[in-house]
Design a protein around this ligand. Structure first.
Ligand SMILES: Cc1ncc(COP(=O)(O)O)c(C=O)c1O
Length: 434
């Protein structure tokens, strides 16, 4: 694929316009390109596995909306018949039959969600789960892990991964009081949990964790890590919250919890759930969820929560996955092909970077050695090299996530030809660095 500098110049012009009206040129810092330097990619349209810029130039898209697009952009099963859906209305403000059915359907796949509540974003889901856990335990302290990302509410941002690493963006506007009740431990390190909780065991309301982390590169839990968290929660009388906003149902309809065999007290889901439409949920043990008003004293609510349009989209996502279990094997095989190709390019160049593949996720960072285990590892990645690689890939028609903390998401829309084009671009882009 030929590098295209005209597109790059146009992108620079449109990025300047964006900065003149949108704060920082974006709605979410990572999109501004702060991490990979100019130009910020400004998208005009999308179809299947592709993003298009303002000049109609096509890019193989591995951002996939940062995860939601398991079926690529505009899968016909998700985009057909939307007029009929719209005719039923976008928001009703009542509980409705399809919402009840959606809850029942989700629970067959995630039985730990004995009771659930729908919200609009992953941030809301995690914020609400934390509030319920605090009410149930009548405690305040929450332990989380550096490099995990749980959304943009106050406590979630402390030492978070993903785009929360924007320079100076970690603490601004977050009251000291919030920080007092948060403990940030090292992922995959039970000793750090023990050391940090010591003396505060009876204050701990919850341990909040991504059971497989997708926000400091792709980081799998080490053997015994999640089991250790479960045991500690039981010992402390705290709740275990699995944030499956990325992992469900990307890793399968039973999520990371089935894979690990660990049953959390509370679970949060979102992203893929709506196939691109904004819907998320939190749920868990009935006794815990009974803390919510009108049964209990905890308030959560939302004008758009459980709206019929997004609920219908979530049903369509489940229809697709239940009717096509082969999708997972297909995506995983393509992701393996991409990972194997990247590994051989890197090996040929003598670069000892680990390439990680898990179902439809592929990730590699410019850091020699084994895959990331925690955020200390993730921080060692060479950001400058990633930025150069990102730009070279963009010029060659491949859209990578514009941050070293993010991962490549594949979808049912990606093809072998896309992977081959990506590998050709990667071979050229990596060669440029020497
Ligand atoms: C694991 C995880 N939890 C929560 C969130 C927040 O979700 P949202 O961006 O929908 O608020 C994200 C977003 O990237 C996430 O990766």
């Amino acid at each position: 694929m030929r590098p295209n500098s005209q597109s790059m110049r146009t992108l620079a012009d449109v990025a300047a316009r964006a900065r003149n009206v949108l704060a920082g040129g974006c709605d979410s810092p990572v999109r501004s390109g702060w991490s990979i330097a100019e130009p910020m990619f400004v998208q005009s349209s999308a179809a299947g596995a592709y993003a298009f810029d303002g000049e109609g130039r096509r890019y193989v898209d591995y951002v996939m909306g940062y995860g939601p697009l398991l079926f690529g952009h505009s899968h016909p099963a998700l985009t057909t018949g939307l007029d009929d859906l719209a005719r039923h209305g976008f928001v009703w403000g009542t509980t409705h039959a399809e919402e009840i059915r959606l809850g029942e359907r989700i629970r067959t796949h995630l039985p730990s969600m004995e009771r659930m509540r729908f919200v609009t974003t992953g941030s809301e889901a995690v914020m609400s789960a934390v509030r319920v856990a605090r009410a149930f335990t009548e405690r305040n302290v929450v332990l989380k892990f550096a490099g995990n990302y749980h959304g943009h509410f106050d406590l979630a941002l402390l030492d978070a991964g993903a785009s929360a690493q924007t320079t100076g963006a970690r603490r601004g506007g977050i009251p000291e009081g919030v920080m007092r009740d948060v403990i940030v431990a090292r992922y995959n390190d039970l000793d750090s949990v023990d050391a940090l909780v010591r003396g505060r065991e009876r204050e701990l309301a919850a341990i909040l964790v991504e059971p497989v982390c997708g926000n400091m590169g792709w980081v799998r839990p080490a053997p015994g890590f999640l089991e250790g968290l479960r045991e500690r929660c039981d010992g402390y009388g705290a709740l275990l919250i699995f944030d499956e906003v990325i992992t469900w149902p990307r890793l399968g309809l039973r999520g990371a919890q089935a894979r690990s065999g660990i049953v959390p007290d509370l679970t949060t889901i979102g992203k893929v759930m709506g196939g691109g439409a904004p819907i998320a949920a939190f749920g868990g043990r009935e006794a815990v969820m009974n803390e919510l008003a009108p049964i209990g004293s905890v308030f959560t609510g939302g004008t758009h929560a459980g709206n019929p349009f997004c609920v219908a989209m979530a049903h369509r996502v489940l229809d697709l996955l239940e009717e096509h279990p082969e999708y997972y094997a297909r995506m995983s095989s393509l992701a393996r092909q991409l990972a194997a190709g990247l590994r051989s390019i890197l090996t040929e160049r003598g670069s000892l970077y680990a390439v990680v593949q898990d179902e439809s996720v592929v990730d590699f960072k410019f850091r020699p050695g084994p895959p990331n285990r925690d955020y200390d590892d993730a921080r060692m990645a060479d950001k400058k090299q990633y930025a150069a690689y990102y730009r070279a890939m963009l010029e060659r028609g491949v859209l990578l996530p514009p941050s070293v903390n993010e991962v490549m998401f594949l979808s049912t829309a990606h093809t072998t030809a896309d992977v081959e084009a990506t590998l050709a671009a990667a071979a050229e882009s990596l060669a440029l660095r020497q």
